[in-house]
Design a protein around this ligand. Structure first.
Ligand code: AMP
Length: 216
């Protein structure tokens, strides 16, 4: 199954992608995580993308498409994948279709998780991420059992530098300018299912599972 999750930063894409990935046994591929890992390693990709991430701007398509193309060619994607944060532009969506077509595959389902702008700013302000396994927490909505430590792997929790209020506003602005057109792109081909993201994690996960099995 080849799945795309759409939604603004802070819509809960990462959390839901993690749940689907475990349920379906397919990898969760988050473009933002791949960029951050490259920056932590300090490799060439990390050097090239750092300034874009720091400012909340999109990394140029040719860099992003190349990175994802390489990732989805890996052996663990043989039964599919769930993409989180990619595609983010029409050019990326078309490139993804082309890459899959060459392999006789298609995107099966696109889920759009909807959350209001006020809720997004509130959520991103209190967000902490595990440095090791990238699990997200929220200081009010979903705090870890032990402060500063990941429930899942014990890793250190940190606040992303691009979760500052100014950069958050920029990222949401960029989302609506660049990524919102993808909603129409996938709606036109009948692959889009919209989900209300302002509810509990479990409730959203159930609706998402129905949407993926074609009932949503
Ligand atoms: P995220 O973790 O998905 O919020 O992404 C963090 C940052 O990584 C974004 O603000 C962009 O700078 C960059 N990024 C992630 N995915 C993409 C993408 N598909 N296209 C361009 N830039 C991206």
């Amino acid at each position: 199954m080849h799945i795309v999750l759409l939604g603004t930063p802070g819509s809960g894409k990462g959390t839901q992608a993690g749940i689907i990935s475990q349920r379906l046994g397919i990898p969760h591929i988050a473009s933002g995580d791949l960029f951050r890992q490259a920056m932590e390693r300090g490799d060439e990709l990390g050097e090239r993308v750092k300034s874009y991430l720091d400012k909340g701007l999109l990394v140029p398509d040719e860099i992003t498409i190349g990175m994802i193309q390489e990732r989805i060619a890996a052996a663990d994607c043989i039964n599919g994948f769930i993409l989180d944060g990619f595609p983010r532009t029409l050019e990326q969506a078309k490139a993804l279709d082309r890459v899959l077509e060459e392999r006789g595959q298609v995107i099966d389902r696109v889920i759009y998780i909807k959350v209001s702008a006020e809720e997004l700013v509130r959520r991103l302000g209190g967000r902490f991420i595990c440095r090791s396994c990238q699990t997200p927490y929220h200081q009010i909505a979903s705090p870890p059992r032990v402060e500063g430590r990941c429930d899942r792997c014990g890793g250190e929790l940190y606040q992303r530098p691009d979760d500052s209020p100014e950069t958050v506003r920029k990222r949401i602005e960029v989302y609506f300018a660049e990524t919102a057109p993808l909603i129409d792109y996938y709606k036109e081909v009948g692959k889009l299912a919209g989900i209300d993201g302002e509810r509990g994690i479990e409730e959203i996960a159930e609706e998402l599972a129905s949407a993926l099995s074609g009932k949503g």
